[in-house]
Design a protein around this ligand. Structure first.
Ligand SMILES: [Fe+2]
Length: 217
């Protein structure tokens, strides 16, 4: 259930089945674009159609498939861009509007606050954005999957800690909104994922590492 005051629009865009999001305050119609990539024309026209005002950009991480529309978006909307301070330097886009945030920083869109939660493993500075039971998860976790850990800056041991000590400790009713459409449905609760996500059901860190590094997702 999406909280009444929240704007949450999920859009699948680009050749890698990226999920981009509008997240915002339904009362003020202010939104953040999560991971502007692939088709900025589409994003801007969708926002205009709904009369949304883009007031910020949140980045889940710095991989090109999540940020390749950033510059163009900024040329149309001169707004702050929030990225984790812990993201690898080689993944951080260079722009005067970049703002680096700490783990647990609170970001506001209109009157709604979102918590940044550092969830490394896929990259050093992957972060999720949480408001009540909504978790925008980027590439930390997919429905019935999780982000790959074999790219520069990735680390499967750290991913294990992210999944088992951070994400799975959130309330079971938390709804995961992933960074790609790689699963059987667009979103699912953590409680559901504890039953169906093979990365959530490992008996040990070793089992997880074998499973994660043995499969190239
Ligand atoms: Fe990624």
């Amino acid at each position: 259930m999406v909280p009444q005051n929240l704007i949450l629009k999920q859009m699948e865009i680009g050749p890698l089945a990226n999920y981009l999001y509008f997240l915002g305050d339904a009362q003020t119609k202010e939104i953040a674009v999560i991971d502007p990539a692939w088709d900025v024309d589409f994003l801007c026209s969708e926002a205009e159609k709904e009369n949304y005002k883009i007031t910020s950009i949140f980045l889940t991480h710095g991989h090109p498939d999540h940020v390749n529309g950033l510059e163009e978006m900024l040329s149309r909307h001169d707004v702050p861009v929030y990225i984790s301070k812990h993201e690898a330097d080689f993944y951080k886009p260079q722009h005067k509007n970049m703002v680096e945030v700490e783990n647990h920083a609170k970001l506001k869109i209109g009157n709604i606050a979102f918590e940044c939660i550092l969830t490394p493993g896929h990259t050093p500075g992957c972060q999720c954005f949480k408001h009540e039971n909504i978790l925008i998860a980027g590439d930390a976790v997919f429905i019935d999957g999780c982000g790959r850990c074999d790219l520069p800056g990735g680390d499967a041991k750290i991913m294990y800690d992210t999944l088992y000590n951070i994400i799975m400790k959130l309330p079971d009713e938390t709804v995961i909104y992933p960074g790609h459409n790689y699963g059987p449905k667009p979103s699912a609760t953590i409680g559901e994922q504890k039953k169906t996500n093979p990365y959530f059901t490992c008996q040990s860190k070793e089992e997880f590492l074998q499973h994660r590094m043995g499969i190239a997702l």
